[in-house]
Design a protein around this ligand. Structure first.
Ligand SMILES: [Fe+2]
Ligand SMILES: [Fe+2]
Length: 311
């Protein structure tokens, strides 16, 4: 008996390599949250805070989130995407140089910049990308503010700017899709782009900036939407579980629930939180360890300069 599948087949990749350029949004969390409190609290407009590159408030504390995706398609083609562009232009310039991202951008070997969301630590370092490749196509989530769109233009962007429509998977190339999730979070930020990759010999993998939509929601979306989504092979990026290192029973339940997805590789970092990662390790989740280099403050999880290989 034939069953008609209602899931979306995005195609498949032979291999995907994710290089963590930087997962350190900032170096000291208390400083960032003191700055936010002084600016009026969690509901204030992030652009009103004179952080770099708009001002010099605690400039030494700014770093940023950014990753390079290098995918090999089934016909042997290599396709590269930049996922986020960090916060401090000085920090991003340094990390781009150390990892050769500057060269790849200059040679036009990175085909697009996917901005996960408008938060300062993922997006405000866009100068570091555009100075090497002003024409790079940029994908932003639905909900991006005019201030952010104007900022992209002011930084000299000359290429295509695509707003990903909410809840409509967009296949960037066979095996890789971006989904824009509606959400509202800290500092008036709305909408987050999440990437889903399908490996030909594995199930589906999910790549997040912060995962503000909730890790279980984002995984469940994959399960019901994509062919292969019933098997989540890997997760990379920020899962926003204990960014302030606080904890409660609700978060214990999330960690417990994560065990039911059969995830083979948990490459979480950034705003996941050390507390959350320790809880994951204690409950037997396969968290990949890092090397604690290039500004990453722990080797508990994949950090700056570390790589996740999927095939
Ligand atoms: Fe973040
Ligand atoms: Fe965020």
């Amino acid at each position: 008996m034939n069953r008609v599948s209602s899931t979306l087949d995005i195609g498949a990749l032979k291999r995907l390599r994710i290089l963590c350029i930087s997962e350190t949004g900032w170096f000291d969390t208390a400083t960032v949250f003191d700055d936010i409190r002084a600016a009026g609290g969690a509901q204030s407009d992030q652009y009103a805070i004179p952080w770099p590159p708009f001002g010099r408030l605690h400039a030494e504390n700014a770093a940023g989130f950014s990753a390079l995706l290098e995918a090999e398609t089934t016909d042997g083609r290599l396709r590269r995407l930049l996922f986020d562009t960090g916060w401090s232009p000085e920090w991003m310039d340094r990390r781009f140089a150390e990892e050769g991202i500057d060269q790849l951008l200059q040679k036009g070997q990175i085909e697009a910049l996917i901005v996960s969301h408008e938060h300062f630590d993922h997006f405000w370092g866009i100068r570091s990308t555009l100075r090497h490749c002003p024409s790079i196509p940029i994908y932003v989530p639905d909900g991006f503010h005019q201030t952010g769109l104007s900022f992209i233009r002011q930084q000299g962007h000359t290429g295509a700017l695509i707003t990903v429509a909410a809840d409509q998977p967009l296949v960037l190339f066979p095996g890789l899709a971006v989904v824009s999730f509606p959400m509202s979070t800290l500092l008036q930020v709305e909408g987050e782009n999440v990437l889903y990759a399908r490996l030909q010999n594995q199930g589906l993998s999910m790549i997040t900036g912060c995962g503000h939509g909730g890790v279980l929601n984002l995984l469940d979306y994959a399960r019901r939407t994509f062919t292969g989504g019933d098997r989540i092979h890997a997760v990379y990026g920020g899962l926003h579980l204990s960014p302030l290192e606080d904890w409660d029973t609700q978060r214990d339940q999330i960690v417990q629930a994560l065990s039911s997805y059969g995830i083979a590789k948990m490459a979480c970092n950034h705003c996941t939180g050390r507390t959350a990662v320790e809880k994951m390790l204690a409950s037997g989740l396969p968290v990949l360890r890092g090397t604690g280099r290039h500004g990453s403050q722990t080797d508990l999880f994949l950090g700056n300069g570390d790589v996740l290989e999927l095939e």
